[in-house]
Design a protein around this ligand. Structure first.
Ligand code: FAD
Length: 342
């Protein structure tokens, strides 16, 4: 079993609100571990509308979903949060000493004083390919996310899909795997044009294969994949040798494990007060789209405000004897030192 990480705060969700919470906690000298099921930060902004313009972030007349995420990552850099991507917080238990034990599906364990749920609309879950018997191969040979590239070293990897994840992992795994085959049902890709160009260059150079078609059957035993049967775009059926298959068919949002954490959910949302944004369990806070209170607006700017008030309350819980002095970043040398600008 992996070692348990002892910390003051675990933030569940690296969406815009979870990211800004790192900043507000950081100003109060609290370091956070941030966990997200996705393989990158930004939540809905990065996953659902990276290139769409947002017009109602205070002080930024226009910023794209990805632009806001990049700015937030830059803004929280001084606070050295530790990110755990491609992991879902699967369980949460209260311990006898008024702390919480959180466990991820990858086996990472956190022992923390404070939990901040910034889980938005819930966890993004991969859409599964409609192939009979795929479940038997999941985790062993069929993976919906890449946790460690090394798992694919020297393997024949089949990546299925035409979006950013499929193209990104095709490019990243090409130098690691023995052979990468990218399969998509048609010769048009939704991914960033630069990634598509890079992929086509690798195909032309003979480094990777591109197959147009659909997987119809998985061939193997005891969850160990040997090949897939695929119906190609020209109507023919082929077998493609593969040790691992990575389907990237997009994501759906489901509340996921949060439903089992005893937080008295109301319509899949976590009720909180509006002073501390604390749930019915002291020490567990909920900010951003996941919470509910009278007058709640599911806007990014509301989540930022909630993060600021949550941080004050969390700081009092973590260091009950420390006096919190209200300060502005414009004029406080102490805050500017923390930000690395003084
Ligand atoms: P999210 O962005 O949903 O992030 C939550 C994160 O938590 C996700 O990354 C998820 O993977 C992770 N997570 C959940 N459960 C777990 C778990 N158990 N373990 C690990 N990780 C977990 N808002 C505006 O203010 N202005 C706009 O113009 C605007 N336009 C929008 C346009 C579209 C198309 C959409 C879909 C939304 C828009 N919104 C807009 C809403 C805005 O995106 C949300 O309010 C915002 O993303 C909420 O941020 P969040 O951090 O609370 O949650």
């Amino acid at each position: 079993m992996t070692e348990t990480i002892k910390t003051d705060v675990v933030i569940v969700g690296a969406g815009p609100v979870g990211l800004f919470a790192v900043f507000e906690l950081g100003l109060l000298d609290i370091k956070a571990h941030v966990v997200d099921i996705l393989d990158r930060p930004g939540g809905q902004c990065a996953e659902l509308y990276p290139e769409k313009p947002i017009y109602d972030i205070p002080g930024l007349p226009m910023v794209t979903g990805q632009g806001l995420t990049d700015n937030l990552m830059e803004q929280i850099k001084p606070f050295g949060a530790t990110f755990h991507f491609s992991e879902i917080i699967a369980s949460l238990e209260k311990t006898a000493d008024d702390r919480f034990l959180l466990t991820t599906d990858a086996g990472t364990r956190f022992d923390t004083k404070v939990v901040v749920i910034a889980a938005g609309g819930g966890s993004f879950q991969p859409k599964k390919p409609p192939i009979e018997g795929v479940e038997a191969f999941e985790e062993k040979s069929v993976h919906y996310a890449v946790r460690k590239m090394d798992v694919f070293r020297g393997k024949r990897v089949l990546i299925v899909g035409g979006g950013d994840s499929a193209l990104d992992w095709t490019l990243n795994l090409a130098p690691v795997a023995e052979r990468v085959t990218l399969m998509h049902r048609r010769d048009a890709f939704r991914a960033a044009p630069d990634s598509v160009n890079k992929m086509r260059k690798l195909v032309d150079e003979g480094v990777i294969d591109l197959a147009l078609g659909q997987v119809t059957e998985l061939i193997g035993k005891d969850g160990v994949l040997q090949a897939v049967k695929a119906k190609l775009a020209d109507g023919s059926t082929h077998e493609i040798a593969a040790d691992a298959m990575l389907p990237f068919f997009g994501l759906t949002m489901k509340l996921g494990p949060i439903a089992d954490w005893g937080l008295n959910l109301e319509e899949n949302l976590v009720p909180v007060d509006t002073e501390k944004f604390e749930t019915t369990t002291p020490g567990i806070y909920a900010i951003g789209d996941i919470n509910s209170y009278p007058g709640k607006l599911k806007l990014i700017l509301s989540g930022f405000h909630e993060g600021a008030l949550m941080a004050q309350a969390a700081a009092r819980r973590i260091n009950p004897d420390r006096k919190i002095v209200f300060q502005y970043t414009t004029s406080s040398t102490s805050l500017q030192k923390k930000l690395g600008v003084a």
